[in-house]
Design a protein around this ligand. Structure first.
Ligand code: SAM
Length: 259
């Protein structure tokens, strides 16, 4: 029974991975927004050590690499994402400075005080915003920066349908002031916070998925797991369109000011 469950679980993971491998981004964001966040971060030199945790296939990492000096390590749980990440780096001739490794953000393979910058777009939720901020702080040098995106409420109150959806999907979703307070409590100076514009979801995340979904459903016609997965993706897209005034992704940028 255990084995059966494990293999179904793994099949789900493989399907999800295959689906998201076919699009450039695995979460909402855009090159413009990555650049905007980068604008708040200073002091990076050729010897800088940077980590992108939950990097996926590296859409945002390549933007980072083309605009900052230093060595960048992308970390992701899925080997296929890391294979595509390293291929992307090679195609851009960045392989000397950018390397993808398979691993967990729960135990990143870095030394304490090693990093100048921790980047993580749309991924810290996997271990929880507060937990991630607390756990990752030790890997930063004093004066180092953290820049993460996190889904956040825009209002104190919201319709039950969207509240229930997020309470089920990610109960740690919270308002921007509460997230900033969590960042400060975790030992960072909150340097900047800004809301990702709508096109990070529509143009850069959902739009490329429309064609990917058609192809995926054709390939897996009759496969209930695949059909349920796509139905889920479409439901999320529908909810975003309906309730985008109430939630979205927010960049939180912090600085470690004491050791
Ligand atoms: N940063 C990418 C982007 O914005 O396109 C990917 C964001 S995607 C929503 C979340 C990523 O986190 C996925 O690539 C997933 O494989 C990765 N992930 C999930 N749990 C992880 C873990 N425990 N350790 C490392 N990566 C993880």
């Amino acid at each position: 029974m255990d084995n059966e469950n494990t293999s179904i679980h793994e099949f789900d993971f493989d399907l999800i991975c295959e689906y998201f491998s076919s699009v450039e981004r695995q979460g909402p964001g855009s090159p413009e927004v990555t650049m905007k966040a980068l604008g708040f971060i200073g002091g990076l030199t050729d010897t800088a050590r940077i980590a992108d945790l939950g990097c996926g296939t590296g859409g945002q990492t390549m933007v980072l690499a083309e605009n900052v000096p230093g060595q960048i390590t992308g970390l992701d749980l899925f080997p296929e994402f890391i294979r595509l990440f390293n291929r992307n780096a090679e195609q851009r001739n960045l392989q000397g400075r950018v390397r993808g490794v398979v691993g967990s953000m729960e135990q990143p393979p870095f030394q304490e005080g090693e990093l100048d910058l921790i980047w993580s777009e749309g991924a810290i939720y996997n271990i929880g915003f507060e937990h991630g901020l607390n756990e990752w702080r030790k890997f930063l040098k004093k004066g180092g920066y953290i820049a993460v995106t996190e889904v956040s409420w825009f209002t104190d109150e919201r319709p039950a349908e969207i509240n229930d959806f997020w309470m089920d999907a990610y109960p740690e979703i919270d308002t921007i002031p509460n997230k900033v307070a969590q960042m400060q409590k975790a030992g960072y100076l909150p340097v900047s916070t800004f809301v990702l514009p709508e096109n990070c979801w529509t143009e850069h995340f959902y739009q490329p998925q429309v064609e990917a979904q058609e192809l995926f459903l054709k390939k897996y016609a009759g496969n209930k797991t695949a059909e349920d997965f796509i139905a889920n993706q479409r439901h999320e897209m529908y909810l975003y369109d309906k309730y985008k005034d109430f939630y979205g992704y927010v960049f939180y940028i912090g600085k470690k000011i004491s050791s």
